[in-house]
Design a binder for this molecule. Sequence first.
Ligand code: CP3
Length: 340
Amino acid sequence: MNDTFLKACRGEKTDYTPVWFMRQAGRYLPEYQAVRGKVSFLELCKNPELCTEVTLQPIDIFGFDAAILFSDILIAMEAMGLTLEFHEGRGPVFPDPVRSQAAVDALIIPDPEETMPFVMETIKLLRKELKVPLIGFSGAPFTLATYLIEGGSSKVFLETKRMAFQAPELYHNLLDKITRCTSLYLQAQARAGAQALQIFDSWAGIWAPGDFERFALPYVQSIITDLRKMTDIPIIYFANNGSTLIDHSKNAGADVLGLDWRLNIGDAVDRVGDHAVQGNLDPIALFLPPDELEKRIKQLLVDASSAKGHIFNLGHGILPQTSPDQAKIAVDAVHRFSRK
Ligand code: CP3
């Protein structure tokens, strides 16, 4: 078992810098497209054999040091009793947005093993196959809430912020229910065999720091407090677009802070040095000529060299337009340049 990733999460010495990419299983891979050509995205997410296959693809092709369970953050929201659809080219849609106390009351707090057995089954299948650690994940309650309140993806998050500002009690009741669901869901993933957990807060960056502290962070802290009572596996908190929030997000309780590319990783280490850090190459750097891509990777490794632990990653998900050849160049460069 290659445990370089877990060691880096715990701040222990490693022979080289471990690397994985957010969204490493996905549309930029012809091998993924071939599987996806046969089933819808939601069918894929609910089929443990196919989920196992697409999770393994990038590990076999590129030699990543960690695998991330193939699923989606919104699967657990469907389990709360909501209708979820994925529309080609438009992304996720909740046809019945959650904007009233009655709609919040109608949400159930699902037993994850009963309502999402396919996730637990995928984790068990993967643990039999993998020689690198398996990362489980969820959305952060606030990021999940944006999809429920807006009814899908959004640019300005008017309905979400309006609820938080004008009806804080309703907002809290909704977030509290999502938090309880997410906490149980992550605990179930750990029981099934996940060896680390990442909490994706993709939209954290829409908040002013004081509002982030009030409307997003406490729910993440609550989940991590629950997790600490039942497991000591590493927990990664990724607050996307969060460089202005780092003095708050470092208090989430996570072992590892995921960083987007808008902050120099060395500056981040100066501010959150008691954490391991994960990141933070601009995903579009993968479109640079190979020699320039490698130069950036070398510099990033130098910038992060004083970190307690560094897990190399992109600053957000790999784009579908990325060339797999460039991903391979990047992974090899991280391994080559960082080897002691
Ligand atoms: O390889 C991996 O990272 C594991 C799989 C994974 C997916 N989604 C698969 C997916 C993970 C970890 C996610 C997390 C996720 N899902 C997030 C947080 C991460 C981030 O990018 O900020 C969010 C916000 C979602 C919600 C979501 N799912 C959206 C907005 C969309 C549509 C936009 C898009 O990229 O297409 C999805 C669909 C989705 N999730 C796809 C994949 C591979 C594409 C579906 C397809 O095959 O058509």
